[in-house]
Design a protein around this ligand. Structure first.
Ligand SMILES: *Cc1c(COP(=O)(O)O)cnc(C)c1O
Length: 359
């Protein structure tokens, strides 16, 4: 497709021809043996990627559906929301709109969550759920999941809900070992699928809590998902075409090997980082907390980001992100997640060089 604008934004990302072809597999009934076979085929691989023996659920919603659903299933007392960017900040608002009590543990955008602060908040005994975003896509910060999980695990009656929307399949994530209670991701980030599919898993402690919550609704009811998953089905009709796409991507991922996939993301991320430094730009995220999925470049050279985006689009048919929300123009973001290769990243950087020279 000659008029195709290649996506280099941090989601949705570019989708391979193989995935599109898999998605064109003829439709099947969601209560058929064929669907059971499809779910059975992908389920163990999703468990392996999440580092869990718990059931993994397929939600026909974007990630926010599961993010909201987790609060509806689990929050009885008060939710502590670790806030340090657009997605994590919004979670407080979502909790309040669900009629839950919630409080923000607020950081400046770009500042990682400090486990000691989470500890101090939980020591008050006010909270029973923590929301945590592993990779804050808006700021390019990877928050310290392992350390925060260790803190939350000190408190028996507090559950940890973790959004790995833009880190899942980029870095290893060990649900069971870390003692996470809900782990969720979405299809259109590193899995390189179209939007519309949420994937998540739930701990026994979280199932127990959910059983005590009366008004958890239907569509995102964890127990409804569990009951159906036991028969390799979903509560309602799922986005079957996207699930065919997921099966294809899992074939691709396991053929590459998980370790190789993590290493590829790290390598591509490093190539982008070298370009950032070589061009006199800085990183928005502090050293040691930089995302491996994308780079939020600080616009310390005060370039016209909107113009850069326009040149990239008009002259190179590439879509660039110009910064999220209140850091629009003060940053721009370069994604390396999904099916990117050294060749495609080289193409992105060459186009950036040319476009910068034209500013
Ligand atoms: C993209 C993203 C979301 C939102 O996902 P939707 O698919 O729009 O619901 C949530 N969290 C993070 C970290 C994201 O990157």
């Amino acid at each position: 497709m000659s008029d195709h604008i290649r996506l280099h934004i941090p989601g949705p990302v570019e989708i391979s021809q193989g995935t599109y072809e898999a998605m064109a597999t003829p439709m099947i009934g969601h209560r058929s043996k064929d669907f059971v076979a499809l779910y059975d085929d992908i389920h163990p691989r999703l468990q392996e990627m999440m580092g869990t023996k718990q059931p993994v659920f397929l939600s026909t919603s974007s990630a926010w559906g599961v993010m909201e659903g987790a609060l509806r299933n689990l929050a009885a007392k008060k939710v502590l929301c670790c806030c340090s960017g657009a997605f994590s900040d919004k979670w407080v608002d979502v909790a309040l709109r669900c009629g839950k009590e919630a409080e923000a543990l607020q950081y400046e955008w770009g500042v990682p969550v400090d486990p000691a602060d989470v500890d101090a908040k939980l020591a008050t005994g006010e909270f029973d759920v923590v929301t945590f975003i592993h990779n804050e896509t808006s700021t390019g910060v990877m928050n310290p999941l392992e350390e925060v999980a260790a803190v939350v695990n000190k408190y028996d009656d507090v559950l940890l809900v973790t959004d790995t929307v833009s880190s899942f399949s980029v870095v290893p994530i060990e649900f069971d070992k870390l003692g996470i209670d809900v782990l969720l991701t979405g299809s259109q980030k590193a899995l390189a699928l179209p939007p519309g599919l949420g994937i998540f898993t739930v701990s026994d402690a979280a199932f127990e809590r959910a059983a005590t919550i009366e008004d958890r609704g239907y569509y995102f009811d964890f127990h409804e998902f569990k009951k159906n998953q036991e028969k390799s089905m979903t509560p309602s009709t799922p986005c079957i075409s996207t699930i065919y796409g997921l099966r294809h991507q899992l074939d691709v991922i396991f053929e590459e090997g998980l370790e190789n996939r993590f290493a590829r993301h790290e390598k591509l991320n490093n190539i982008v980082a070298e370009w950032v430094v070589a061009n006199g730009f800085e990183f928005f995220a502090p050293e040691g907390f930089r995302s491996k999925s994308l780079t939020a470049v600080k616009n310390n050279k005060d370039i016209d980001v909107a113009k850069l985006q326009k040149i990239m689009r008009d002259d190179h048919k590439k879509q660039l992100d110009g910064g999220y929300g209140k850091i629009k123009g003060k940053t721009f973001r370069l994604s390396n997640m999904g099916d990117e290769t050294e060749e495609t990243i080289a193409g992105l950087l060459a186009a950036l060089d040319d476009s910068l020279a034209k500013l």
